[in-house]
Design a protein around this ligand. Structure first.
Ligand SMILES: Cc1cc2nc3c(=O)[nH]c(=O)nc-3n(C[C@H](O)[C@H](O)[C@H](O)COP(=O)(O)OP(=O)(O)OC[C@H]3O[C@@H](n4cnc5c(N)ncnc54)[C@H](O)[C@@H]3O)c2cc1C
Length: 421
């Protein structure tokens, strides 16, 4: 068969959405080129575990070429997409140009600092393997520094960890960080006074986990407090100079917090390359407005899925930036590409909410599944098994399970190595 005559599908992004489309078209009469700046698919929901020294990056990332080894109609190309020309139907990579018949734009998102340069320069973000490793190195180094710092104020600042953003990522990160300190570092640094350590979770709004039902929000705060995380709501961050957090008027407690660590989890926007499409984007989030079929109006050969796509839910709210949305949109895009090829009418996307799930640490999670709310141990068990199930690769699943079991029984995080000066 002359495969060159087959429609060429170009997928930008080997994240949740892009991978779903690539796999869904495995036996379709198409040629697929999948491109990504990394040679791996990253399971972002477990990034915070790398940051708190719980898992290795290789346990939550999987090489794209290995995933698609047996898929004959797919070619992978690693590289950064620099330009997308919708009119001429090609993309420019660093060093090559790829033409397409259909484009699936699945480039995901990046951290949104909402223009706060002080945080961008001095804080940490949690969005990539690199950023998670930077946090891990920084946290472990601070404990080393604090262990021989004689000045009490300086030591307390070294041991104050501020997480900004009361959504699931901020909650999970602050809970896990508190546990790392309580269960692990306390034993590595037996002479350190744990009372000097503070983990704070700042949220500008009046509640953490705003998208969760009231009972789960309350349960979250209770579980965080049980792990000694200080939860400050109505606490809008104004500035962070690397040593001092400044809060806006009306924040509870002191306007200033002396802290050597700030982890920003308070915003995501569409990946920068979305700005190069030259199509309508939503202000602030930069997400691309798509039709219900996930196509760009006026460019029906282009589909946008996942974090990069803006589509309004049945309740009038934009769909959340979640892997479940990206995966479901990937499935619909796969079917729609097949329909286009067959000359059939396209399907509209309707998100089926599978529920809500976030962990706060050992034996502690909150979940909303089948209309029922759970918190504590049962929710945590659901979280553990779901995350293991969703990881790509049997080896990764096994290693993560062993790691977590080890941590659970022996209170030991496995990756407490400082790998950078
Ligand atoms: C810390 C954290 C925790 C999270 N926790 C959860 C959770 O518990 N549950 C949940 O459902 N969701 C969670 N999410 C959100 C979830 O990870 C995203 O919604 C999901 O990854 C979006 O999928 P996507 O396919 O749109 O983009 P992504 O998975 O981000 O993939 C985009 C891909 O595009 C590539 N790319 C981007 N720009 C370019 C370019 N110019 N050139 C080449 N390649 C490019 C990137 O390298 C990336 O591989 C979390 C996210 C983070 C950061």
């Amino acid at each position: 068969m002359n495969t060159k005559a087959l429609p060429h599908i170009l997928i930008i992004g080997a994240g949740f959405g892009g991978m779903e489309v690539a796999r869904g078209l495995a036996n379709a009469p198409v040629r697929i080129t999948l491109v990504d700046r990394h040679n791996y698919h990253l399971f972002q929901p477990l990034l915070y575990q790398v940051a708190i020294a719980g898992l290795l990056p290789s346990q939550i990332a999987y090489p794209v070429r290995t995933i698609f080894r047996r898929q004959k109609n797919l070619t992978f190309q690693m590289g950064e997409v620099m330009e997308v020309n919708l009119a001429e139907r090609y993309v420019k990579m660093d060093g090559s140009v790829i033409a397409y018949d259909y484009l699936v734009f699945a480039a995901g998102g990046e951290t949104n600092f909402f223009g706060n340069q002080s945080v961008e320069q001095n804080g940490f973000q949690l969005k990539s393997v690199q950023s998670a490793i930077e946090i891990r190195n920084h946290l472990l180094k601070l404990f080393e520094e604090a262990s021989h710092e004689a000045d009490t104020d300086k030591r307390k600042a070294l041991l104050t960890f501020v997480v900004v953003g009361g959504g699931p990522t901020g909650v999970e990160t602050s809970g896990a960080l508190a546990e790392l300190i309580i269960h692990v570092l306390s034993r590595d640094y037996p002479h350190m006074d744990l009372k000097e350590v503070r983990v704070l979770l700042l949220e500008a709004g009046n509640t953490v986990m705003p998208s969760y039902p009231d009972e789960l929000r309350k349960a979250t705060v209770k579980l965080l407090k049980s792990k000694k995380v200080e939860v400050l709501t109505n606490a809008k961050l104004v500035d962070y100079n690397g040593q001092r957090v400044t809060l806006g008027d009306g924040a509870p407690g002191s306007k200033y917090i002396e802290a050597s660590t700030l982890i920003w989890t308070a915003g995501v926007k569409a990946a920068g390359i979305a700005n190069r499409l030259g199509v309508e984007q939503v202000r602030d989030s930069g997400r691309v407005r798509v039709a219900d079929t996930l196509q760009i109006p006026n460019h029906l050969e282009v589909f946008v899925v996942g974090d990069a796509a803006h589509l309004v839910n049945g309740n009038g709210q934009p769909l959340p930036m979640l892997s479940t949305v990206a995966i479901q949109q990937g499935k619909v895009t796969t079917r729609n590409i097949r329909r286009i090829i067959k000359g059939e009418q396209l399907e509209e996307f309707h998100y089926k909410d599978p529920g809500l799930l976030a962990t706060i640490g050992r034996n502690a999670a909150v979940a909303r599944i089948w209309g029922l709310s759970f918190s504590g141990f049962i929710a945590w068990l659901i979280w553990v098994f779901l995350h293991i199930y969703r990881l790509i690769g049997f080896r990764n699943r096994l290693l993560v399970l062993i790691n977590w079991a080890w941590e659970y029984f022996f209170y030991e995080n496995q990756v407490r190595l400082i790998t950078k000066e």
